[in-house]
Structure formats: C-alpha cells, structure tokens
Design a protein. Structure first.
Length: 64
C-alpha cells in the first residue's frame, strides 16, 4: 500500500470515524478523503510551532 493510500484510509477514519460494523468501506454514503485533503486538514488542526511532547508508557501490557 502506498503512502497516499494509507493517508486516505487513516485520514478518513480519523476525521469521519470508522464505518459501522458490517458495512464495507466504499459502500454508499461512505466518505473518502484524498491524500491532499488529509494533509490540508492535519495542517489546519496542528498549530504552527506547537510544543512537542513524548509520552512513555511503562508496565501493564495485558490490554487497553
């Protein structure tokens, strides 16, 4: 899968949610974003010069 294909799939899931259970992607009423529109939406969502944060998760590992 190409990078643009991954952006289209994950961008659609991020901004429009997961398809309902039992619904196949690409069916009627499913919205797909182009890779360029995903990039533009992410740029709008992220402020310029925003501080970066690193999170370290330790322990657990038995589930979410």
């Amino acid at each position: 899968m190409s990078t643009d294909g991954m952006l289209e799939e994950w961008g659609t899931r991020l901004f429009y949610g997961m398809p309902a259970k039992g619904k196949r992607p690409g069916g009627a009423g499913v919205i797909f974003m182009s890779a360029g529109s995903v990039r533009a939406q992410v740029r709008v969502s992220v402020r310029p010069h925003a501080k970066q944060v690193m999170v370290k998760i330790t322990g657990g590992g038995r589930g979410m």
